[in-house]
Design a protein around this ligand. Structure first.
Ligand code: HXC
Ligand code: NAP
Length: 291
């Protein structure tokens, strides 16, 4: 397994990248790598203390510059404030990484209308708000830029027990493909990453509470028999916001060890058949030739 940095030194030098939900988990991991590659980083989320702590930690670790701005992505004015603060500090912005999310497992019939719309508002409306504010800016300035959206593999398969998240991520994927076409003429590339299981505190507490993490071990669902390493995701994200991916637009890249396909193929369950039984099955299937 390769879990080391992938791009050459200074691959993102001169770029300013905004990461929503950048104070924790995968947003923090991707932001860290952007900094190591020479980018300026802006991190936003609702919790000022978490953001500040992460900003200090990352500046110390990488020697880069980090701006922390509190923002609830559900509120368009707060998103515009992030844009204004970014321009004030760094003079420009090159990429937006829509990573902030809210999610928890629940049978859908147990959800209140407010619970359902809370997740939709954070994930879909939040990504829309950020995309709209930054997109308007880039179009006005006639500046090439890129948007990267973090979705999930159930954005295209759907999933029981996380229905608000599935609806919202599906919407973000539709926005990705739509704007790739509509805003391509402005030099704005729009892509998405669909991660499989990458353990983080935020996701695991809400999706695998208690002993569910043991009972529903994600490793067993993945053909490669392991979960993802944060650096593997960071490598892909850095590539997609870099100039090396300049002709990639409207793409969604799964990084899940083959997990979603394992659930999709009708005969994939035959993995459970022990090797010694295959001789008998082969004889039976061969003898069916004459029938
Ligand atoms: C049922 C719940 C609930 C639960 C909250 N609600 N938690 N209902 N089961 N576990 C209901 C509340 O009762 C309320 O409805 C409504 O949802 C809003 O709740 P609040 O707590 O007021 O919302 P808020 O403070 O905005 O918090 C949002 C949140 C929270 C989504 C509920 O979990 C959060 O802040 N999450 C952010 C981080 C996160 O979720 N990270 C994981 C992303 S992982 P009522 O009707 O009572 O008012 C991910 C990975 C996918 O996306 C793929 C993994 C493999
Ligand atoms: P996480 O650490 O909980 O990240 C979610 C982030 O979103 C937090 O920093 C949170 O910060 C922020 N956020 C939530 N609501 C917000 C709001 N209203 N406004 C602004 N920021 C808000 O979980 P994660 O696992 O790293 O998830 C990151 C992304 O990866 C999400 O898009 C998730 O859907 C996706 N993903 C994760 C996995 C996985 O296995 N981990 C798999 C597939 C997809 P505050 O609470 O401070 O606001």
């Amino acid at each position: 397994m390769y879990n080391q940095p992938m791009l050459r030194d200074d691959a993102l030098k001169g770029k300013t990248i905004v990461v929503t939900g950048g104070g924790t988990g995968l947003g923090k991991a991707m932001g860290t790598y952007f900094l190591k590659l020479g980018a300026n980083l802006v991190i936003t989320s609702r919790k000022a203390d978490v953001l500040q702590k992460t900003a200090e930690e990352l500046e110390k670790e990488t020697g880069g510059k980090v701006l922390a701005v509190t923002c609830d992505v559900r509120d368009y004015e707060q998103v515009e404030h992030v844009l204004a603060e970014t321009l004030k500090t760094f003079g420009r912005v090159d990429s937006l990484l829509n990573n902030a999310a809210g999610n928890f497992i629940s049978p859908t019939e147990r959800l209140s209308a407010n619970a359902f719309s809370t997740v939709i508002d954070i994930v879909l409306k939040g990504s829309v708000n950020c995309t709209l504010a930054f997109g308007k800016h880039w179009i006005k300035e006639k500046q090439a830029a890129s948007i990267l959206n973090i979705v999930t593999t159930y954005a295209f398969t759907g999933s029981a027990f996380v229905v608000p998240s599935a609806c919202a991520k599906g919407g973000v994927l539709a926005m990705t493909r739509s704007l790739a076409v509509e805003w391509g003429k402005y030099g704005i590339r729009t892509n998405a990453i669909a991660p499989g299981p990458f353990p983080t505190k935020g996701a695991w507490e809400r999706l695998l509470p208690g002993d569910l993490a043991e009972k529903f071990d994600f490793k067993n669902r993945v053909p490669l028999k392991r979960v993802g390493e944060h650096q593997e995701l960071a490598n892909l994200a850095a590539f997609l916001v870099s100039d090396f991916s300049g002709y990639i637009n409207g793409e969604v890249i799964s990084i899940d060890g083959g997990e979603w396909l394992q659930g999709a193929g009708q005969f994939n369950g035959l993995e459970a058949i022990p090797t010694e039984m295959w001789d008998a099955f082969e004889q039976m299937t061969r003898s069916a030739k004459g029938s």
